[in-house]
Design a protein around this ligand. Structure first.
Ligand SMILES: Nc1ncnc2c1ncn2[C@@H]1O[C@H](COP(=O)(O)OP(=O)(O)OP(=O)(O)O)[C@@H](O)[C@H]1O
Ligand SMILES: [Mg+2]
Length: 274
C-alpha cells in the first residue's frame, strides 16, 4: 500500500530528498536504438519510483514508443541497461518483461472481444478444473476465474459490469479499465500506457485518467504517453520530454507548465531556459 495522494486530495510536491531515499522500481541507463539510418533513441536514462506517474511526452517520432517498447521487452536496445527493482534485466520478449512485473496497455488492447471479462483477465493464464485431465481437455474453471476477477476489480475500487460480460459489449473506457486491471491483478508493478486515451470520448477518457490515479494510489509506477497536455499535467508527477531520440527534460510536473513543455517539444526554447 502507498500513501500517495488520490484524486481529490491536495497534491503536495515531494521534496527531492524523499524521492532519493527510496529505491527506483525501474531504471534505464544509456539506452540507444537505431533503425537503419534513423537514430530513434540516443543515450536515454531515467528512473521511476513506486507510485510515480511519469508523463512521457514529445513530438511525433521523438522515440517515446521505441523507449517503452524496449522497456516492455518487445524491442531490444542496441546498448544500455534496464534495471527492475535494482536487478539488471535483458528482456528478449514481452512475456519476459511481463514476468518481471512490467505490463503494457496499448490503445488497441490485447483483449478478445468475443470472450468475457474474466476470460480476458485470465487469457493465457487460465485456471483449469479437474487437475491435469482438465488442463489437457481445457476444461476451464470459469466460476473461479470470475470470482478472482470480481475480487481483483473490487480491490482496485472498479465498478464494472459482471465478469460474464463479453468485452465486445464494453465501452472503450471500460475496456481500458479491464486491460489495466488485468495488468495489476497479475502483479504488474510497472504499467506502461502508450496513448491510452487516444480516440476515446470524454467520459471514457475520464475513466482511464482516474484509473491511472488509482494505480498510483496502489503504489504502481506508470509511464503514461500522451499528446494531450491537459491529460499529462493532470496525472503525471513527473514529466520526461523526448526530442529527436534524446531526453531533454525530466522534472516534477509541478515545476513546469504546459506552454513551456510545448515550446520545448517543438524546439522553440531550450531546456536550459525552463
Ligand atoms: N520498426 C521501425 N523501423 C524503422 N524505423 C522506426 C521503427 N519504429 C520507429 N522508427 C523510427 O524511430 C523514430 C522514433 O519512433 P517512435 O515510434 O518511437 O516515436 P514516437 O515518439 O512514439 O512518435 P508518435 O508520437 O508519433 O507515436 C521515428 O523516426 C520512427 O520513424
Ligand atoms: Mg508512439
Amino acid at each position: 500500500m502507498s500513501d500517495r495522494p488520490v484524486a481529490g486530495d491536495v497534491v503536495m510536491t515531494e521534496p527531492a530528498s524523499a524521492r532519493l531515499e527510496r529505491a527506483p522500481v525501474l531504471e534505464v541507463r544509456g539506452i540507444s536504438k537505431r533503425f537503419g539510418a534513423v537514430r530513434a533513441l540516443h543515450d536515454v536514462s531515467f528512473a521511476l519510483y513506486p507510485g510515480e506517474v511519469a508523463g512521457l511526452i514529445g513530438d511525433n517520432g521523438a522515440g517515446k514508443s521505441t523507449l517503452v517498447n524496449i522497456i516492455a521487452g518487445s524491442l531490444q536496445p542496441d546498448s544500455g541497461q534496464i534495471f527492475v527493482d535494482g536487478v539488471e534485466r535483458h528482456f528478449e520478449s514481452a512475456a519476459q518483461a511481463r514476468a518481471a512485473g512490467i505490463e503494457t496497455v496499448f490503445q488497441y488492447l490485447s483483449l478478445v472481444p468475443t470472450l468475457d471479462m474474466a476470460e480476458n483477465v485470465f487469457l493465457n493464464r487460465e485456471i483449469f478444473a479437474f487437475g491435469q485431465l482438465g488442463r489437457w481437455l481445457r476444461w476451464m474453471d470459469k466460476a473461479e476465474m470470475r470470482r478472482q476477477t470480481s475480487e481483483g476489480f473490487s480491490r482496485l475500487g472498479l465498478t464494472l459490469p459482471s465478469p460474464r460480460t463479453k468485452v465486445a459489449a464494453l465501452s472503450g473506457g471500460q475496456r481500458q479499465a479491464v486491460a489495466i486491471a488485468r495488468a495489476v491483478i497479475w502483479g504488474g508493478h510497472i504499467v506502461v500506457l502508450d496513448e491510452p486515451a487516444a480516440a476515446l470520448g470524454v467520459k471514457q477518457t475520464e475513466i482511464v485518467l482516474s484509473f491511472i490515479e488509482r494505480l498510483r494510489a496502489h503504489g504502481v509506477a506508470c509511464i503514461f504517453i500522451s499528446h494531450n497536455m491537459e491529460h499529462v499535467m493532470r496525472v503525471a508527477d513527473r514529466i520526461i520530454l523526448m526530442r529527436l531520440g534524446e531526453k531533454i527534460f525530466d522534472a516534477p510536473a509541478a515545476t513546469t507548465t504546459a506552454p513551456d513543455l510545448v515550446a520545448l517539444m517543438t524546439g522553440a526554447i531550450s531546456a536550459r531556459t525552463v
